[in-house]
Design a protein around this ligand. Sequence first.
Ligand SMILES: Cc1cc2nc3c(=O)[nH]c(=O)nc-3n(C[C@H](O)[C@H](O)[C@H](O)COP(=O)(O)OP(=O)(O)OC[C@H]3O[C@@H](n4cnc5c(N)ncnc54)[C@H](O)[C@@H]3O)c2cc1C
Length: 373
Amino acid sequence: MRVIVVGAGVLGSMHAWHAIERGHEVVHIEREAEARGASLRNFGLVWVSGRADGPELAAALRARELWEGIGARVPELGFRPNGSLTVVRNAHELAVAEAAAARPDAAVRGYRLLTAAEARRLNPALRGEFTAALWCERDAAVEPRTAQLALKRALLASGRYTFLGGREVREVVGEHAVRDDHGDVHTGDAVILCTGAWLGGLVKELVPELPVRRVRLQMMQTDPLGEPLTTSVADADSFRYYPAYAGGALDALATGQPQAPTAAAHRMQLLMVQRRDGGLTIGDTHEYDQPFGFDVVEDPYDHLAEVVEAVLGRPMPRIRRRWAGVYAQCVDTAEVVHRQRVRDGVWLVTGPGGRGMTCAPAIAETTADELGW
Ligand SMILES: Cc1cc2nc3c(=O)[nH]c(=O)nc-3n(C[C@H](O)[C@H](O)[C@H](O)COP(=O)(O)OP(=O)(O)OC[C@H]3O[C@@H](n4cnc5c(N)ncnc54)[C@H](O)[C@@H]3O)c2cc1C
């Protein structure tokens, strides 16, 4: 079989991975010289904690397993099973963490409620003020800025993979074929469009009413911390964004402890992970209303720096980079991804939202299974 994959972000790369694994030939087409969308701009968090029961948790757990296996074969992905600590500072936040740790599926998620001292034994860099932490052993991380290139090198080594960068796919022609902006037609047994948050042009023509929206996030990276941050770290604002925390304790947190005004205005949480150079990737914000601002605004960075310094108990290293990224998210956020046959032999796979880096290996595996590869 010959599979045409359009878009070289993590979803496209993982579809290519599964096709190659199953003995097929892949032509991978990307409009930029190399991918530079959401898959490179994210935290690289393989985030199991907080996933909704059912298909979302199943996809995240399966993907975590696949990432580990792929990471063992492609060490440059930087896969590490570092786990995460969500730190809590008062009774409202503690109640949400306690409810999570008491869930019937807590063991599957690797949840455990730790005292501050236990959390510091796992991650000695956390010298700030907090009373307890929710440990999620299943959380992991990869290096997003280099992961796609690492996957590409591994795929090229198969001898059955062709990467065509700098080509934008403009139209679907007939069955199982696409035409790029060079006028070349690429024909396969299946075409998989993994075009991320580019919902206009080609995608709009194919599916005028796509149930997928765009979300914009602001991020930063610091100079090296000068010591290991052994786990990923989140603050209790993150409880507000993940379905597994829904319930009475979260309702009490929402009413009893409103978010700080900047955090509420920009729909923020703290997520923080250390890069291999020692720097910290820190975020994030969520902007839903379009047109998005074209500037990166400063208030969220001030807020994040305050939260980071409170957790670390020391000044945050200098900010080295700030950027924004956009992901595509199913309007029905319970959908893990939007997978649709848009023409004979042509599938669109987009909208994994803020869990696309986490779930991509499992999403692509499901496509491969459903298409009988
Ligand atoms: C700031 C930020 C932080 C995030 N953090 C996390 C995280 O830590 N963990 C997590 O699980 N998820 C995270 N996410 C979500 C995750 O990054 C995305 O869900 C995921 O990267 C989407 O992958 P994709 O391949 O669909 O899209 P993209 O990575 O955007 O790739 C799409 C590619 O398609 C190409 N393309 C588009 N149209 C065409 C065309 N017509 N022809 C050829 N090529 C085309 C684009 O150039 C692009 O390279 C984050 C997202 C953002 C923005």
